[in-house]
Design a protein around this ligand. Structure first.
Ligand code: BGC
Length: 457
């Protein structure tokens, strides 16, 4: 008897890639394009510039690439700065351009998931206080409502805000991103406003489009204490509360509680979620250094696992299972993996990363955890925020040559096509594309080294 082992997803599982407007569209005029003009903020002082030229029309050829990979879904974002370039004035031409993009996805058999906010803001919004202003949530909701009224016939799967805690901490606690503020109080205020904005947008979208499915994209940071010393454990708990729990817990309680901050009641957040998006990239070790006044909690790379460039942490894709389990047990919502990927220009880690992530999801489905789809970050190399076009931070299934705009397929793109076509992984796919993983994923498969029983016991 020959066994053809296979780890397949449920019928109707969504397979796709994720991108964000500012990172691929090019010719952006928003708070980030202004920030990029400052010295020392972006790798080699680069600017996003033409990016992947989607706004000039290249989205169509890249959607063809996604379709070739047998993707049946795609996560894109729309830019608030284009849709409402002046406060209160909506640009029909920009909305029309996004219609074209959504139609292009449908024509290629891909279901769109649209993110309304992926890190960037219109300049007028930033100028009047950005996410620190009290009326920021209501301004966001007016925009969100307008988008859903205009595009709701082409999209029913909405992601309100991408990684609010990353936006709040990078921009307002660590000061790496616009607006470059370094104050916990400011970060807490911004995070609370992002929560209010999400909750209000959730209710507004459901009112305009009752059959819509509305969620948000949560960045899940894997955090362990560096050593079991209690002070490092304390640091890990604080970092976990800040990055992983506080925002999500508000959907259960209506109360937002960041470490070292007063609880804030956001009653409208309670239950304001149809699904939870998880973006899981890296593991970090938390440390506590009482000598570093005001900056005592830090994180570092874990030993013994592959790590990314610069301070990018440990790359442990199989942990995606634990992350899904934890999120489902705590929040009980359907889950989409809205981003998952690895900075890897030579495509040495990505095939394994991809296969292990898919296996982690299959395991989760086997526990009846309702994972609905997987969106790989990213379809092609793009503008990686403060890392700009640093080649070490290449996340694409396709390589982008930013001088010529030529795209080259990486081996992982071929593997992803096989995975999407098969609705999962099989021993044959792994044997062909990631043979090193065969003993781990399919130990009984021909070609996988056999371990004798007596060696095991
Ligand atoms: C963000 C993306 C980013 C990716 C890789 C995610 O946190 O949503 O915009 O490019 O990580 O760093």
């Amino acid at each position: 008897m020959s066994v053809k082992a296979s780890m397949q997803m449920t019928e109707g599982f969504l397979w796709g890639c994720a991108t964000a407007a500012h990172q691929v569209e090019g010719d952006s005029v928003d708070d980030w394009s202004l920030w990029e003009e400052g010295v020392g903020r972006i790798y080699q002082d680069q600017r996003s510039g033409a990016a992947c030229e989607w706004w000039r029309g290249r989205f169509a050829e890249d959607f063809d690439r996604a379709a070739t990979m047998r993707n049946n879904a795609q996560r894109i974002s729309v830019a608030w700065s284009r849709i409402e370039p002046t406060e209160g004035q909506f640009d029909e031409a920009a909305l029309g351009r996004y219609r074209e993009m959504l139609l292009a996805l449908h024509e290629r058999g891909m279901k769109p998931m649209v993110t309304l906010h992926h890190f960037t803001n219109p300049i007028w919004f930033a100028d009047r206080g950005g996410w620190q202003a009290d009326d920021a949530p209501s301004l966001f909701v007016r925009y969100a409502r307008r988008v859903v009224e205009s595009l709701g016939d082409l999209c029913a799967l909405w992601c309100t805000i991408n990684e609010p805690m990353v936006l709040a901490t990078q921009g307002y606690l660590f000061g790496y991103w616009t607006p470059g503020i370094k104050r916990l109080k400011a970060a807490a205020q911004v995070a609370a406003n992002l929560l209010r904005a999400h909750a209000a947008a959730y209710h507004a979208i459901k009112a305009v489009q009752p059959n819509s499915q509305v969620g948000y994209a949560h960045h899940h940071l894997g955090i362990q204490p560096k050593a079991p010393a209690f002070w490092n454990r304390f640091a890990a708990q604080a970092a976990d509360q800040l990055m992983n729990n506080a925002f999500n817990d508000a959907f259960l309680t209506g109360v937002f509680k960041l470490p070292f901050s007063q609880p804030v009641t956001v009653a409208s957040a309670k239950g304001a979620l149809d699904w939870l998006g998880v973006q899981y990239y890296q593991e970090r070790l938390a440390t506590f250094n009482p000598l570093k006044l005001g900056n005592a909690i830090g994180t570092q790379k874990p030993p013994g696992v592959p790590v990314g460039p610069d301070d990018w942490g440990g790359i442990v894709p199989e942990n995606l299972f634990k992350v899904i389990e934890r999120l489902y047990k705590r929040y009980g919502k359907p889950i989409y993996v809205t981003e998952s990927g690895v900075p890897d220009p030579d495509d040495t880690l990505r095939p394994r990363y991809l296969a292990e992530s898919v296996r982690a999801i299959w395991r989760a489905l086997g526990f009846n955890y309702p994972v609905q789809g997987y969106f790989f970050w990213s379809l092609l190399d793009n503008f990686e925020w403060a890392e700009g076009y640093d080649p070490r931070f290449s996340f694409g299934l396709f390589r982008t040559n930013f001088e010529t705009q030529a795209r080259t397929q990486r081996m992982s793109a071929v593997l992803y096509r096989e995975i999407c076509a098969h609705n999962g992984i099989s021993a044959e796919i792994i044997a062909q594309y990631v043979p090193d993983l065969l003993p781990k994923l399919f130990p009984g498969a021909p070609g996988a080294p056999q371990v004798r029983l007596k060696e095991r016991f």
